[in-house]
Design a protein around this ligand. Structure first.
Ligand code: NAD
Length: 491
């Protein structure tokens, strides 16, 4: 980041960075050290209004009618520019989240490039549906649907994978001809702001991409979702906030796309290749310190291999390297904030009250020096819990999992589906037919067999129940970010 943006993280409205106001600012904290590293200008209602008005003006001025090949060419240039400024994005993401440098490079920023390039391909290749309608008496008609941009889209994203989740929405929205007002998490404002620089550099018209910073209730988030000028909301965050946002847009009946929380299960059968399954399971529990909506927090293990899986996972948990994000050997970063750590520690207490047994972890690590001010937590595994316990029912969003035994396939399916969430599941077995069968039976948006978080960005992504409404990815994104007008011509 530049010297200037290190001191201030500014709003970006109508193609310009807005002069920050000291009186309306909050500090952003590096969760690895607990030190404040920048001031963020909190957008007030007037600034959010200016952003929405600018977005509408950009649409009307021609962005919505710009040929697809020009819009997608701009996305490709943005991807190329991020690639040129790759290490700046990596540094900004690390400053905000404390995540290990290897992950920031290989997952977060790499996926931003993939999001832009994939959606440029998907939108450029998209066709329109048409039907030749045959009526009695030999009359015929041609029906075809014209897809138009949804309009001004409010994009609200969380802190766990800030750039990845932001570009996952912004790329298809812009490719489809929408203008966006994005509200990054108050915890992680940096990369959305850096992206504004990139868009300005590649010549995206003013007003097509706007960034407003702030919190949710009575701040930029709510000012945005209640603004009468928005045509839809795409939101990733917790189920509770999603429910609230849904109420705020209900009076104006705007479409919503919701990617919400999860309480994801892994089901491990006794025919697995143990090492392969353990490596995959460990990744699914501990990636990003458990702060991925897709992370596994419930591991159901067939009784015959329960001890081997428990021992193998404990060994892998103890091998994780917590430490400075800039150290290439670090595998695991801190939680996002002290507040989030207090929430996770509350679940540690609830496990003790439920009579659960801690297999490993369960506390705050001592990492020494400047890291002691950070929001670190030990990777933690439990046994002795059941589906009735709070820590097995509620999303914790930390590097934690409960291991629970089962005997039969039907029992495993019932246990995994016994949740109000429905985001993701993984099934671990060497029996091909069982793998398919159990994966189908999971009441989730995404079911993996012998892997986890393996994504093809053209496939549908999202959840059911408390985990969300709608799907994004490939064609699903095109459906959300456009409105079809069906034209019927009598021939
Ligand atoms: P959160 O719901 O607290 O906040 C998400 C965003 O909403 C933030 O930008 C926040 O400022 C904003 N917000 C909060 N209240 C608002 C309001 N009243 N009106 C408008 N905006 C408001 O979530 P979080 O703690 O930032 O993120 C963690 C959650 O996100 C977890 O539940 C996780 O499972 C979920 N998540 C889901 C997915 C998915 O794809 N399903 C991906 C990542 C994270």
């Amino acid at each position: 980041m530049t010297e200037e943006s290190l001191r201030w993280i500014r709003n970006f409205v109508d193609g310009q960075f807005v002069e920050p106001e000291e009186a309306h600012s909050f500090a952003t904290i590096d969760p690895a050290t607990g030190a404040a590293f920048a001031s963020v200008h909190e957008a007030d209602r007037t600034l959010v209004d200016r952003a929405v008005v600018a977005a509408r003006r950009a649409l009307d001025a021609g962005w919505a009618r710009t040929p697809v090949r020009e819009r997608t060419a701009l996305l490709r240039r943005a991807a190329d520019r991020i690639e040129e400024r790759f290490e700046e994005f990596v540094a900004a993401e690390i400053a905000d989240t404390g995540k290990p440098v290897r992950q920031a490079r290989e997952l977060d920023v790499a996926r931003a490039l993939a999001n832009f390039r994939t959606f440029a391909d998907v939108v450029a290749a998209a066709g329109q549906e048409s039907f030749l309608t045959e009526l009695p008496g030999g009359r015929r008609a041609l029906n075809y649907a014209v897809r138009k941009p949804l309009g001004v889209v409010a994009v609200i994203v969380p802190w766990n994978l800030p750039l990845l989740l932001l570009t996952w929405k912004v790329a298809p929205a812009l490719a489809c001809g929408n203008a966006v007002v994005v509200k990054p998490s108050e915890e992680t404002p940096a990369t959305a702001t850096l992206l504004a620089e990139v868009f300005a550099e590649v010549g995206l018209p003013a007003g097509v991409y706007n960034v407003v910073h702030g919190f949710g209730a009575d701040s930029a988030g709510e000012f945005l979702t209640t603004h009468p000028g928005i045509d839809g909301v795409t939101f990733t965050g917790s189920s509770a906030t999603g429910s609230h946002v849904m109420k705020t847009v209900a009076p104006r009946v705007r479409p919503v796309s919701f990617e919400l929380g999860g309480k994801n299960a892994a089901v491990v059968f006794d025919d697995v290749d143990l090492d392969e399954a353990l490596d995959g399971l460990s990744r699914s529990v501990f990636t990003n310190t458990g702060q991925v909506c897709l992370c596994t927090e419930r591991v159901y293990v067939q009784r015959g291999i329960f001890d081997e899986i428990a021992d193998g996972l404990v060994a892998r948990a103890q091998n994780l390297r917590l430490g400075s994000p800039m150290d290439e050997a670090t595998t695991t970063g801190p939680l996002i904030s002290q507040a989030h750590r207090r929430k996770v520690l509350g679940y540690f207490e609830s496990v003790a009250e439920s009579g659960g047994e801690v297999l490993t972890g369960g506390g705050i690590p001592e990492l020494g020096a400047d890291l002691d001010g950070g929001s670190w937590i030990e990777p933690t595994l439990w046994t002795g819990l059941t589906n009735a316990d709070r820590a097995v029912r509620e999303e914790i969003f930390g590097p934690v999992a409960a291991l629970i035994p089962f005997d039969t396939e039907n029992e495993a399916i019932a246990l995994a589906n016994d949740t109000e969430y429905g985001l993701a599941a993984s099934v671990w077995t060497n029996d091909l037919r069982r793998g398919h069968r159990v994966a189908h039976a999971m009441n989730v948006g995404m079911s993996w067999v012998n892997t986890w978080f393996l994504r093809d960005l053209r496939s549908p992504f999202g959840g059911m129940g408390l985990s969300g409404i709608g799907r994004e990815g490939g064609e699903s994104s095109l459906h959300f970010y456009t409105e079809p007008t069906n034209v019927c011509v009598q021939l």
